[in-house]
Design a protein around this ligand. Structure first.
Ligand SMILES: Nc1nc2c(ncn2[C@@H]2O[C@H](COP(=O)(O)OP(=O)(O)OP(=O)(O)O)[C@@H](O)[C@H]2O)c(=O)[nH]1
Length: 900
């Protein structure tokens, strides 16, 4: 894990960097500024210590956030409500307008329709009248017997028409005549006013003629009144009637329109009112519902995120809620993690028959038992897991990668031969004549696609790597000899593959042998859950002969098929990471490691950390010894440039900055040393009894800092030669450089002394050492340091007990005191005897009793001591046989430091 900056930790805790720095200072953790980086050990210490503060802070922040969220939600709801009301009002307005205009239009339309209707009725009436007149004319002009003849009818029509026209002409002539007569009459009247005789005749003529014509005209059969020649009275009447009815009609429509308008307005307003009421009534409930929905969604999103992260880290999501504890956790630490009283755990342990103290470490089994007993879920984190990285790639960055394959099988079933045959295939195709060298892995190409084979010496190594968190295999090729069938290691290999969740492709080998029986192998494997596809199972089987090279292509293609099913992908465009497959120390080239890249691209020159080793990739070689400039996911390459040899299964990772790589390697090394040291301290169920019976082993822990590595080695060498039978000397940490605060913290935690050669403590380290009572010894010459350490070692040896005589008293007489017993009347002849001293009764040079004083008196008073030359009365505990003349020797037992 990378170091964590103070600023980012402060951010995580929801506090300012300054505040966190204050806490760090209190906890004596060295950090100068927000950009200071903290090692993981400190980070977890800080997390643990600040947990209550952080939790309180988180709760505060959460409450604030919730309040803000609620306020925002309320505001949003109010806004939404206002907007809703506004929308409803606007809608109501629009609706009203629409309805009003619709009503007006409807009224207009209705008026138009009524007018049209009226006109239509008029027309109909006129037409009916015309028709009636026509029929009447026909009745008059044509004999009844002639009716029905079409031709006659036509003639009749024409005749009628002629009659009508003739009468019309006559009427006009009559009218003209009447008008002329009128004009004449008026002229005559004007003349009569001047001469009498001429004025009466024309007036009479006109008055007699006009009614006659009028009568005749009124009795005329075919002229429909009011149509072509409407009678003035009729027309006037009609006009009046029409005007009145029109007036009535207009009133009705406008009333209708007004009513429609009023109705629509009221209805729209009513609807709007109801909508607003409904909205306001529901708004509270809606707000609540919206809030609940938001909370539900947020909780679900949180849960999904958690599961996603867990899966990305390869953790079973079900274990997410489990309390995480490190392997080798102490009773106190477990109690802390589970938030229960340590006594509770101690009690349970006692009942389980394994009494442990607070500071003692617990085995995984015990931790699980206790957690189970408490009804709690627990997840024990291995040191590898603690140290491992978790990466998360965006799915869009993932690109297909070749499969990585491990060959497993029973001894002598042909694993090596098969790998050779496979390698030969690849070499023969692409680098004829090329020499394959052993780098722990090999890559072959078939049909333009690659496969990486990892050579593991057996399934134990495979599982050992897996146990260390190394996920290096995508597909297992299980080699089973066709003549031998399923054997014990075949079954083990199946179990290991299944435990790792890796699919198995079976290579039934040695099919060239006369007694080969590939079908029997298939049948036998069914029993172990490895079922051929052709029999409805999941496993692909290929018959091969590694010796003859038969079926190898088929096997490779089958592996690719299996890989296709797995859809293997990785992100190549990032810093490389992966696992060490093999590490060795090469005489000429130094530490060499074969790495399998499982993410990103590894380049020559990259700053890399592999387990506790670090360095820059100086060179990169493939299995043919050819230089490579880069290695992409699923590539296995040999790298040079590490400062030490890493272990198989170690994780490797590229850093942008070499200093980070070094820091992580050093941190891992330190952690490993502390773990190693803790292993001595930690007790397990198995070693508990032995430890209790063994004599206490003393240890002298040292932190050694020097100006050169040589001094450290010289000291380690000299210490190694010392007698360590009674005091074991542990160098718990050594490094080149000044004595730092970190060194002091480590020494304080491990009860160690700091020894410096040619280096001085930094000012802060000195202050801290003073506060923590950590001794810092600095030297310029090694032998002086060795002398001091030797002296300290001797000082730590168990001290011897020595007797120191304090005084002698002679018994001059004896007397019995009721209820007290025998008392010796004595004279102190030497030294000073004390009440707390031990006493030996010596008679004639022989010790007759050894014990303690029961009483010491001078006269009647109890006293604490009596000096030489004084008399006193002395009683001896559980001894009543004191005789006159006995010598009482008083002495003390004191512990004296050994000088060897
Ligand atoms: N006839 C025949 N013999 C084979 C075949 N494959 C391997 N052998 C022989 O079987 C023996 C064992 O082969 P290895 O490849 O060493 O087997 P292994 O499984 O690697 O053996 P260990 O490494 O000891 O576990 C050798 O003598 C091979 O020559 C094959 O396909 N046909």
């Amino acid at each position: 894990m990378a170091r964590t900056r103070v600023s980012s930790l402060a951010k995580e805790f929801g506090m300012t960097s300054k505040e966190l720095l204050g806490h760090l200072k209190d906890m004596k953790i060295p950090a100068k500024s927000p950009s200071s980086a903290l090692e993981d050990a400190y980070v977890s210490m800080v997390r643990k210590k600040l947990a209550p503060i952080v939790e309180a802070r988180a709760a505060e922040i959460e409450a604030k956030r919730r309040a803000e969220e609620e306020a925002a939600a309320a505001e949003e709801a109010a806004k939404a409500e206002a907007a809703e009301a506004e929308r409803l009002a606007a809608e109501a307005r629009r609706e009203e307008e629409r309805r009003l205009s619709t009503a007006a239009l409807a009224a207009e339309e209705a008026a138009r329709a009524a007018e049209a209707d009226r006109q239509r009725q008029e027309r109909e009436r006129a037409a009916a009248a015309a028709k009636e007149a026509e029929l009447e004319a026909k009745r008059r002009a044509v004999p009844a017997s002639d009716s029905g003849s079409r031709f006659r009818s036509l003639l009749d029509q024409i005749a009628t028409q002629e009659v009508v026209l003739k009468e019309k002409k006559e009427a006009e002539e009559a009218k003209k005549a009447a008008q002329a007569a009128e004009r004449t009459r008026r002229k005559n009247e004007r003349g009569e006013r001047g001469g009498r005789g001429r004025s009466g005749a024309p007036a009479n003529q006109a008055s007699t003629e006009a009614p006659a014509r009028t009568r005749r005209s009124s009795s005329a059969p075919a002229v429909p009144a009011g149509v072509n020649f409407p009678a003035p009275d009729k027309a006037g009447k009609g006009k009046r009637r029409k005007g009145a009815s029109q007036h009535t009609e207009e009133d009705r429509y406008s009333r209708m329109a007004r009513e429609a308008e009023e109705y629509s307005r009221e209805r729209v307003l009513e609807e709007a009112r109801m909508a607003v009421e409904e909205a306001s009534r529901e708004s509270t409930g809606r707000r609540k519902k919206r809030k609940e929905k938001r909370e539900r969604e947020a909780a679900q999103a949180r849960e999904e995120r958690k599961i996603e992260e867990a899966l990305a880290q390869g953790i079973n999501p079900e274990e997410l809620d489990a309390v995480r504890v490190s392997e080798g956790v102490t009773v106190a630490e477990l109690a802390d993690a589970l938030d229960v009283a340590a006594n509770d755990i101690i009690k349970r342990l006692f009942l389980l028959g394994t009494p442990l103290t607070m500071t003692q470490s617990m085995s995984n089994d015990l931790v699980e038992l206790v957690a189970d007993d408490l009804g709690r879920k627990i997840r024990i984190i291995s040191p590898e897991e603690e140290n491992s990285f978790s990466f998360y790639d965006d799915p869009s960055d993932l690109k297909p990668r070749p499969p990585v394959v491990t060959v497993m099988g029973h001894v002598d079933h042909g694993k090596t031969s098969l790998l050779d045959a496979i390698r030969h295939t690849g070499v023969a195709r692409h680098e004829a004549g090329g020499i394959t060298q052993h780098i722990g892995a090999s890559q072959v190409e078939i049909g333009g696609r690659q496969i990486t084979f990892v050579d593991t010496p057996g399934h134990e190594a495979f599982t050992a790597m897996r146990a260390r968190g190394a996920k290096i295999t995508d597909v297992v090729v299980l080699v089973v000899a066709a003549d031998d069938g399923v054997m014990p290691q075949t079954i083990e290999a199946i179990n290991h593959s299944k435990a790792a969740g890796v699919p198995i492709v079976v290579a039934v080998n040695k099919c060239d042998k006369p007694d080969a029986n590939p079908d029997r192998v298939r049948q036998e494997l069914v029993e172990y859950g490895v079922i051929p596809e052709e029999w409805g199972g999941q496993n692909m089987f290929v018959n091969v002969s590694a010796k003859k090279g038969d079926g190898i292509d088929d096997l490779l293609e089958t592996i690719l098929l299996q890989a296709d099913v797995l859809e293997l992908k990785a992100n190549p465009d990032t810093f490389a990471s992966g696992y060490i497959i093999e590490g060795k120390l090469d005489r000429g080239r130094g530490p060499v490691a074969t790495v399998l890249v499982n993410r990103g691209t590894l380049h020559v020159g990259d700053a890399i950390v592999a387990g506790m080793s670090h360095g820059r990739v100086r060179a990169m070689l493939d299995q043919h010894g050819d230089n490579k400039a880069e290695a992409t996911p699923s590539d296995a390459v040999e790298i040079l440039g590490l400062d030490s040899v890493p272990n198989a299964g170690d994780e490797f990772r590229v850093f942008e900055d070499e200093r980070d790589a070094r820091a992580l390697a050093e941190q891992r090394a330190l952690k490993a040393r502390i773990e190693e040291q803790n292993k001595v301290k930690h007790v397990t169920l198995e070693t508990l009894f032995d430890e209790m019976n063994e004599n206490e082993l003393k240890e002298l822990n040292l932190v050694v800092k020097a100006d050169v590595q040589g001094s450290i080695e010289a000291l380690a060498d000299a210490l190694g030669k010392m007698d360590q039978s009674e005091v074991r000397i542990n160098i718990i940490h050594s490094a080149v450089g000044a004595i730092s605060e970190t060194d002091v913290i480590l020494a304080a935690a491990s009860n160690a002394i700091i020894v410096g050669f040619g280096v001085r403590p930094q000012a802060k380290a000195r202050d801290l050492a003073e506060r923590e009572n950590v001794q810092i010894k600095t030297y310029s010459i090694i032998y002086k340091a060795i002398e001091d350490i030797d002296a300290a070692r001797i000082g730590m040896l168990k001290p011897t007990e020595e007797e120191v005589q304090t005084g002698i008293a002679e018994v001059r007489e004896t007397f019995r005191v009721p209820k007290v017993g025998l008392i010796a009347g004595c004279m102190v002849t030497e030294g000073e005897i004390e009440r707390s001293d031990k006493v030996r009764v010596v008679r004639d040079g022989v010790v007759v009793f050894d014990g303690t004083f029961a009483s010491m008196r001078r006269f009647k008073d109890d006293v604490k001591s009596v000096k030489s030359g004084y008399e006193c009365g002395l009683g001896i505990e559980k001894f009543q046989d004191i005789k006159v003349g006995d010598q009482l020797e008083a002495y003390k037992v004191v512990e004296v430091a050994r000088t060897e």
